[in-house]
Design a protein around this ligand. Structure first.
Ligand code: NDP
Length: 302
């Protein structure tokens, strides 16, 4: 069998970012709206600092305003909620993201629940979670949204397809399952107590691996021709140095799959592009404007 088609997340994300930039320019020139994204960073986790900096750069590249609010690692909940409350009220801010993880002792659920759901561009607020599962329009989490866009770009047949989602986290597995269900897949969700993961995967036309387990999904777990989306980002040490690998064993999986995302260069680049997309959608919806046509790819059928 021929090797799998590689789904080029970098190129697909770049295309989406171009559409976001063109839409942002239209809103600015036509309606004097500059959409804005505010990031709240608590503490000094180096990875979080890099993520927030990258998000600000991405905003600048597509013509969105960005705002950054830093709080010390010992900030308490009332101070954090105060910042979130001010951002909720700030008309320049269309999207609010609180960079996770939060310092220990701060319950992220309390912070997320304080964000105005119409500005919740991460899609983690219980209102948006409920909307996703009940099939109502809302803000959809970025990585899952990116996964659906990759599947559509790869022209995967979704209606009626058997989809297996490996992992049930609130930020990836669960929302991906909701999106696949909305796209008329027959969805199986799995987790660490599931029995016979290889057997479940072998039935699947679509496999989404979001486990955080390096190279766990092997080629012989896959049905020939399956579409495989590898969400995992794992750093492993090899004799050649530190290497970034996914949850799928790419070398064996590409011999069996029909299409597969690489790591890096697959799901990762889609996440920021979808964050920018959500910020523009939030900017329009908050003002009662229809979703911009260039962004209304049918990510979710609602
Ligand atoms: P979590 O650790 O929150 O969830 C992992 C899930 O996998 C859990 O549901 C867990 O089951 C399940 N799991 C773990 N080990 C096994 C196993 N041996 N067998 C079966 N199920 C198992 O991870 P996330 O969802 O946050 O992230 C998953 C991966 O995706 C990570 O590598 C992360 O770095 C990456 N990621 C990538 C993003 C991107 O932009 N590309 C964005 C977000 C995450 P249980 O619930 O029973 O514990």
């Amino acid at each position: 069998m021929a090797e799998a088609i590689i789904i080029d997340g970098k190129a697909i994300a770049a295309g989406l970012q171009q559409r976001v930039a063109a839409t942002a320019a239209k809103l600015r020139d036509g309606r004097a709206i500059t959409a804005g994204l505010a990031a709240v960073l608590i503490g000094d986790d180096p990875a979080s600092q890099v993520y927030v900096r990258n998000k600000a750069r991405a905003c600048a590249a597509v013509g969105l305003a960005s705002f950054e609010h830093r709080l010390p690692a010992n900030a308490r909940l009332p101070a954090i909620l105060d910042v979130v409350g001010k951002l909720n009220a700030d008309e320049r801010v269309d999207g609010i993201l609180v960079q996770l993880p939060l310092p220990s002792g701060i319950d992220p659920r309390r912070v997320i629940a304080a964000i105005d759901p119409t500005k919740d561009v991460d899609g983690f607020h219980p209102v948006n979670v409920g909307r996703l599962w009940s099939g109502e329009p809302g803000l959809v989490p970025c990585t899952p949204q990116g996964i659906l866009l990759l599947l559509r770009a790869a022209k995967a047949q979704l209606a009626g397809a058997e989809a297996v989602v490996l992992g049930r986290s609130p930020i990836v597995g669960r929302p991906v399952a909701a999106l696949l269900l909305a796209a008329d897949c027959t969805v199986t969700m799995t987790h660490s107590k599931s029995r016979d993961l290889p057997g479940l995967c072998r039935r699947a036309d679509i496999v989404v691996a979001a486990l955080g387990r390096p190279q766990m999904v092997k080629g012989d777990w896959l049905k020939p021709g399956a579409t495989v989306i590898d969400v995992g980002i794992n750093r492993i040490t090899t004799p050649g140095g530190v290497q970034l690998v996914g949850d799928v064993d790419f070398a064996t999986a590409r011999q069996v799959a029909g299409a597969i995302t690489p790591v890096p260069g697959g799901v990762g680049p889609m996440t920021i592009a979808c964050l920018l997309r959500n910020t523009l959608l939030a900017a329009c919806r908050r003002r009662g404007l229809p979703d911009p046509e260039a962004l209304s790819a049918d990510v979710i059928k609602v």
